[in-house]
Write a protein that binds this ligand. Sequence first.
Ligand code: DGJ
Length: 328
Amino acid sequence: MEKRLKNGQHWTDTQGNPIHAHGGCILKIEDRFYWYGEDRRKNYYVSCYSSRDLMNWKFENHILTTESKILKYYDSAQLKNEDGKKINIERPKIIYNEITKKYVMWAHYENGYDYKQAAVAIASCDSPTGDFCYHGCFNPLQNMSRDCTLFIDKNNTPFFVSTAQNNANLNVYSISDDYMSVNKLEKVLFKGEYREAPAFFETRDKLFLLTSKCTGWSPNQGGYAHADNMISRWSEIYDFGDETTYHTQPAFVLTLNTNQGKQYVYIGDRWGGNEWNGVDRNDFVYDNSSYYFSLINIDESNVINLEKCNEFTFDINTSSFRVWNSEK
Ligand code: DGJ
């Protein structure tokens, strides 16, 4: 029987261990997908898995841990507190730098005690699955920076986008050629609208942003907006998915080049997994968090729709993703 992966269930890697890649991102390198995300177990921060079909994931490495090598670029560069307590690394995003030939990770940094530092952490590595080297954390142009993402647009311009002013705004920064620092604040999106979980993707004629509202770990109505490019005028925010985005929050959008054109795959987190009933948003088991992959459909008027998706399959031959809501 054809294998399907069921959304919201606890997925395991090819050795039968739970997959911990929360708030993450997926890179395609040659014929393989590399999935990176938060792993809060033991001394881990970020883990990496690889797959050819988005369903069978091989564990690759705990790429950032409390013991990772530190090569200071910023003054503040500790991977644990004086008392040994872990720091917090959230929503890691990785892009490849053609000039330095390094995979560079940007993530949300907090000190492990509270969410007041609101900074960005940077790490890098020569290989996609190697031990990343930690370079420290900073506040971009002295701004607060929490939920964040990296995006390289079709002109090859990289941007860092993160929530600022206590999550009220989404700041768009251009970044340096080596991807180690921010250059300039290019744009402030949705001022005062308290949006989180930004995830970008680009079609032939529009740049889209998916974003959640700001309700801690509780899922809420997903929103999207579009623009001609990052620094042009953006549309207002429209709803997508249902009032809880099918109990998920966006992490990333994976663009697939199928033999019938592009597909856009929503990579979302179901914080607390299916066990969490959403009654008390602070009372859930983080490690039970699961995932939700589905297709984003876009019509001619640039209206998007996230397909409700019970299970999915992926065809390696055509590189295409398929949603299943029927019984086998
Ligand atoms: C929502 C964010 O999107 C998550 O990454 C996490 O920071 C929680 N807020 C913390 O409340």
